[in-house]
Design a protein around this ligand. Sequence first.
Ligand code: PGA
Length: 250
Amino acid sequence: MSRKLMIAGNWKLHLTVEEAVSLAGEIASGLMREDLDILVIPGFLALEPVALSLSSSPVLVGGQNIFWEDQGAYTAEVSGPQLKAAGARYVLIGHSERRQYFNETEKTCRLRLEAALKAGLRPILCVGETLAERESGQAEGVLESQLSGGLAGLEAGQMDQVTIAYEPVWAIGTGLTASEEQAAQAHAYIRGWIGARFDKDVANSTRILYGGSVNPANAAGLLNQPEVDGALVGGASLSAESFLGIIQAA
Ligand code: PGA
């Protein structure tokens, strides 16, 4: 099993270009670990300036979303070739905020995933249940439909480009974190699902990140779970001190 841990910071709708470049610089200069993949995910406007500022650093840059057409009359959309040319290596797909506020569906996730692969970007497919879904016993059913929809028709050989992020919606930006056991259980379910859908080797080599109120204090416990291969961090990625603290805890 050779899954390299990843710590990713999703900056969401925060930071001006100048602030984003400055934060990227602080992260790069404070980084003490070379054994992890570190990814920052700025807003689109800051993506290229941040990527340029990190060009001599191991810190990678990703996009928060991707449109499925390469070009055309699609006002305000951003395509795979544009992201790639701007310096992105990864791209988030189906973040719960996109699903919740912007009508993201399994079908559109699948189209975006295809566009990412076609552009040579590594998709990070986000899945996770709401509190109501968890409380009514539907958590695994939700994961199953998000995984089967988002990865529909994908071949095993393409999975080496794909990262999954388990982000229980009730833990995002709420300060509520999944317990280590809850995270371990959901990650084991996802890995089992991947094994059944593809094969055991794919399951063992697919990186599954946990996201939802990860901070320097809870990171070690979560990242110690054998099925948890890293963290997708929102709020705590907006300060170099807390983001680096999570990296140190990993
Ligand atoms: P949070 O966000 O760390 O602020 O909960 C995580 C995410 O949405 O990726």
